[in-house]
Design a protein around this ligand. Sequence first.
Ligand code: TYM
Length: 333
Amino acid sequence: MKETVVSGIRSTGKLHLGNYYGALSNFVKMQEEYNCFFFIADLHSLTTHPTPGDLSRTVRDVVVEYLAAGIDPEKSTIYVQSDVPEVAELYLYMNMNAYLGELERATAFKDKVRANPDNVNAGLLTYPVLMACDILIHHGTKVPVGKDQEQHLEMTRTFGNRFNRLYDVDYFKEAFAFSYSDKLVKIPGLDGNGKMGKSNGDASCIYLSDTPEVIRKKVMRAVSDSGPTEMNQKKPEVIQNLFDLMKIVSTDDTLEHFENLYNNCSIRYGDLKKQLAEDMIIATEPVRSQIQALSNDDEYLKKVVKLGAEKAAASAHKTIREVREIIGIRKLY
Ligand code: TYM
C-alpha cells in the first residue's frame, strides 16, 4: 500500500516562493508515488483573527493556487480543514495529553509571542496539537514542509507515541518531515530577513500571483550592501540570501557567473537583481497563468473542494471511530 503524505498551508494569504519550494516542491512526482492529502489550514489561521471576508477569500485563493501549481484533484485529495470536523474532535482528545511546558517551548510559539505579545491565545499555544491531528487523522507518515516546521513534526511524533503508550495500542504511526532533496529548505526573504514569510511583510515575499512588474520592483528593492572589498570574501547574510534565491530559480551557469563576479569584487548587485527577477518570472510563469485561468471558475472550484471534503472525510471518519473506541467513548444507546 502507498504511504500517506499530508501537506498543509495556512490560509493567511497568497502562496509565496517559500511555500512553493518549501512545501510543494516535487509534488507532481509525490502525487504519483504516494496517497496525498493537500489541505488548507483555515482553522490554524484563526489564531490571527482574520475577518470573515478575508478568511473565506484566502481559503479560495489557496485552493486556486494549489490547482494552479499542478496538484491534480483526481490523484490527490485537496480539501479545506474546516470541512472535516473530525480533525477538531481529534484535537480535543489530543489536547488532554499535550502539556503546557512542551507547548511553551516550541520555537514557533516563542517567535509568535515575541512578535505579537498582545495575542498569546490558547489556539496559538496548541497550534502544534492541531497540526499533529491534521497528520494523525489520515495516518500520514510523510509531511513535506520547510525547515521551519521540523520541530512541529517532532511534536507530532511525541503526541502520537504518547497516545499509543497511554492506551497501550500501536495505533498512530510516526510522521517525518519529507523532502526529495537531502535537506529541508528555508527560502530567504527579500528584506534581509532569514525567512520569506507573510508575517515578515509583503516586501519580503514573492507571491506566485505577483505580476512580472511587481516581481521586478520587489527584487530591485531587495536589501543588499555596498559590495565585496576583498577577493573571495565570505558573503554577509543579506547577500547570501540573494544567492540562495538564485540557486533555486536560476541555471547553474548563471549562479556561477555571479559567484565569480562576487569573488573577484566586480559584481554589480543591480545586474544580479535584474537577472534574479527575470529568472523568478520564468520560474513562476506557468503557475501565474494558471491562477488567472482558474480564479473565475467557481463551478470547478466548488467541485474540487466538495470531492476533496468527501475523500478526506472518509479517511477521517474511520480514524475518529477507532480513536473513540480506543479511548472508551462508547455509546450507551
Ligand atoms: P504555513 O502556511 O506557515 O507554511 C506552509 C508551508 O510552507 C513552508 N514554508 C517555507 N518553507 C521554506 N522556506 C520558507 N521561507 C517557508 N515559508 C513557509 C512551511 O514550512 C510549510 O510547509 N503549520 C503549517 C501548516 C500546517 C501543516 C499541517 C503542514 C498545518 N497543519 C499539517 C503540514 C501538515 C505552516 O507552517 O503553514
